[in-house]
Ligand binder design. Sequence first.
Ligand code: GYE
Length: 329
Amino acid sequence: MKKSVFAAAAMLGAFALVATGCAGGAAPGAGGNGGGGGDDVIKVGFAQTGSESGWRAANTESMKKAFSAENGFELIFNAADNKQEAQISAVRNFINQGVDAIVIAPITVDGWDDVLKEAKDAGIPVILEDRTVSASEDLYASWVGLDFEQEGRTAGEWVKENFDGKGANLVVLEGTTGSSAALDRATGFNEAIDGTDINVLDSQTGDFTRDGGKKVMEGYLQKYGKDINVLFAHNDDMGLGALDAIKAAGLTPGKDIQIVTIDAVKDGMTALANGEFNFIVECNPLLGDKAAELVKAVVAGDEVEKRTIVEDQSFTQEQAAEVLDSRPY
Ligand code: GYE
């Protein structure tokens, strides 16, 4: 077993030499790098988290569009069903296939050091999109994503403005445990409500899914009943799942329990425009073009920015009703 891993690594080492040998000016793939027929096509492996949410569906679509054949890419797509081991083995697979670049939307922040080192040793550049990792910055070429901490802070500021001093009992539906999106949103939110009298009754993960949001909300309603008057969900989908639980408990979402979420995908914005949600902080999933631009630059040997942050907005019910039809996702 060990031997074959070593042999593969040695082979990839040789591949890396060929690849860096061409980086001095020749077009990527010009040296017959085995990428796909000896032309300039850039072979990219993309390790997606899974398909947990509407945000994810929009992100996957954006990535597939940007990494299209017309744009000069051959895309190998993998979705890991929110399981980090599966995602890491997808990345190893890409390394073994000798792709020109790897893009990862990392499920969790920790646990990436080894496989990122393996990619580096094989001379394959890695671009991160969406979430971040705790591994050293020199193990990847670049990251494009959102300011999750600011998103959480914006949600928290809305809660503070509307509920401080008003006897708020809040519950939280957290995103996937250990993901940078969940960790940073919690940090920003807690910072914003710090020093207020907002009472956080409970905070548990719903794994960014509708089902998870529904189940955890059912548990909260059983435990705290009508005491709950505010819900912060780390994404729209968990908030949408919670709507079912709230209605089943005979309560009116948007009134008895006010709801703030993050993402601003179509279904979430529809719930906001309908008055079932009260506020949404946007998280832009359309990162494909930027990720593709970064991959092209890195493969060509150009210097790139280490971090690219895409701007987000936020929406009230009135604003959601105005923009709903023009939203691209
Ligand atoms: O908010 C959520 C998705 O990492 C920003 O992951 C992303 C989050 C997004 O499942 O809906």
